[in-house]
Design a protein around this ligand. Structure first.
Ligand SMILES: Nc1ncnc2c1ncn2[C@@H]1O[C@H](COP(=O)(O)OP(=O)(O)O)[C@@H](O)[C@H]1O
Ligand SMILES: O=P(O)(O)O[C@H]1O[C@H](CO)[C@@H](O[C@H]2O[C@H](CO)[C@@H](O)[C@H](O)[C@H]2O)[C@H](O)[C@H]1O
Length: 457
């Protein structure tokens, strides 16, 4: 194992974007190339991690190199590497090293190819060249850099052959001028070491939406207001969120409508319902291995999935967002913007590109209202008054979202469909695994939701 691979073995598991926490590593290899040779030198590495179960993932790790340690960059420090003689180089997470962030946009403007990496600007869009990028503090599955107040570069950490749906969908939506998305400015790809495979998407550059607040922050502020007023109902307190939920429902319907107009669609048939129900059952089996507490909900969940297996409900399948939640939507002065169309980060890329029911996204947002309402109860599980208020808040915003969606599309997404209920349950199962791996203290949120979902008539 190379000295750099050894360093990365220590460093990567602690990074927020590393999606396979808790899995045991059998091996790690890396190959890299230089993206920029000025100071600090910037190299990009494909890091292949193999787990003890034989599976593996490839991650993208850009590294900036310094001759000596830099105190201000201590949180970005990966470690020292022996050089010639007594010399040592110091490796830093290049996306947290501001001085190393300019080459990405310069290469995009020039539509460069550097080693295996290809830079593709989108049409004639303006790209702010030469400005350094600042990392977005709410780092999630990927890492984003904001350049000035004009552009945001999202670096996809896990590499998979094939175009990332986020780029594919934003590219297709360029034609629609939909007001609820942030326009695409360019993207970056990297060839697969196996030439028979498609290149992987490395990054996407989008217009930055300034002065916006994400839906999670706004919704949880509303819940906090409600909790502060123990005796008032959600519609009586200052920070009522229902009007925004309604607008969010309408924005979601508008984006769904445009995706259906510019990307393929197909009617859902019996086979599709049967496949969806089977996949949910398989996902539950796999999730129980990670979160044994799920076993007590298994019978109830299987009954919910069985109702879908026999369904003949007429639905159109289309491209969807795939992981819609309040953290993926931004509220600007004029309305909602929907971000991040790459689907659930843990799913294989091919499954994230499949046609699906738009109810998958509706369910994602309904789950998010539930999370926003209840996350503060984690500290006070016995507070029945607050639990009652939380339920009321979640229902009020759920109804408002569905009303907005229904008004904009002519289709009521929440009219008692077994498919919607199954998608909510399936999402909560996914969330149990996500929380067990990333935020175990929040595991009770989706677990409690499953108790409610499986006991609903
Ligand atoms: N176009 C944009 N304009 C402004 N902020 C953005 C934009 N895109 C993303 N962000 C901010 O970056 C955060 C992470 O972006 P997101 O696309 O959701 O990445 P991830 O895939 O890591 O979840 C978002 O919560 C949002 O606050
Ligand atoms: O990183 P992504 O935005 O792709 O999404 C992953 O992380 C989300 C958490 O940040 C997770 O969402 C879950 O927690 C949210 C609150 O933090 C809540 O609003 C969502 O409803 C809940 O699913 C998401 O599932 C995961 O894919």
């Amino acid at each position: 194992m190379s000295a750099l691979a050894e360093l990365l073995r220590e460093w990567m598991p602690a990074q927020r974007w590393f999606g396979s926490k808790g899995r045991e590593w059998a091996d790690v290899t890396e190959d890299g190339f230089f993206l920029d040779r000025s100071e600090p030198v910037l190299s990009v590495h494909r890091v292949r991690v193999t787990y003890t179960d034989g599976h593996g993932d490839t991650y993208l790790v850009p590294i900036s190199w310094r001759d000596s340690e830099v105190e201000e960059l201590s949180s970005a420090y990966i470690g020292p590497l022996a050089g010639d003689g007594d010399q040592r180089s110091h490796a830093y997470d290049a996306l947290r090293d501001r001085d190393a962030t300019t080459p990405w946009l310069i290469h995009l403007v020039n539509a460069s190819t550097v080693g295996p990496m290809h830079f593709h600007p989108a049409g004639v869009a303006y790209i702010p060249e030469g400005v350094p990028g600042d990392i977005v503090s709410t780092e999630q599955s990927n890492t984003s850099l904001v350049y000035g107040s004009e552009a945001i570069l999202k670096i996809f950490r896990r590499l998979e052959p094939g175009m990332n749906p986020d780029v594919e969908i934003h590219d297709a939506l360029r034609r629609t001028e939909n007001p609820h998305i942030a326009p695409l400015l360019g993207h970056i790809e990297i060839d697969d070491p196996d030439a028979s495979k498609e290149p992987a998407t490395v990054a996407m550059l989008q217009t930055f939406v300034p002065n916006a607040s994400d839906g999670w922050r706004l919704a949880t502020a509303s819940v906090r207001d409600l909790y502060a007023e123990g005796d008032l109902h959600a519609d009586e307190v200052g920070g009522d969120f229902a009007a925004d939920s309604e607008r969010l429902g309408a924005a979601t319907a508008s984006v769904h409508g445009d995706m259906a107009a510019v990307l393929p669609t197909e009617p859902a048939d019996r086979d599709w319902y049967a496949t969806v129900a089977r996949q949910m059952g398989e996902r539950l089996d796999a999730a129980i291995e990670v979160v044994p507490q799920l076993a007590e909900h298994a019978d109830g969940l299987r009954a919910i999935y069985a109702a879908v297996a026999g369904s003949t409900e007429p639905t159109v399948r289309q491209r969807v967002h795939g992981d819609l939640h309040l953290g993926q939507v931004l509220r600007t002065a004029t309305g909602w913007i929907v971000l991040d169309f790459e689907g659930e980060p843990a799913r294989p890329l091919a499954s994230r590109r499949e046609l699906d029911s738009p109810l998958r996204d509706v369910a994602g947002m309904l789950r998010s209202f539930d999370y926003a309402a209840r996350h503060m109860l984690v500290e006070q599980p016995e507070d029945t008054q607050r639990a009652y208020r939380a339920q009321e808040w979640a229902e009020r915003n759920r109804d408002a979202f569905c009303a907005g969606y229904s008004e904009a599309s002519g289709l009521d997404p929440c009219g008692g469909s077994p498919l919607l209920r199954a998608f909510e349950a399936d999402k909560a199962v996914y969330e149990c695994v996500y929380e067990a791996r990333n935020r175990p203290h929040w595991l009770m949120i989706p677990l409690d939701s499953l108790s409610r979902l499986t006991s609903r008539d």
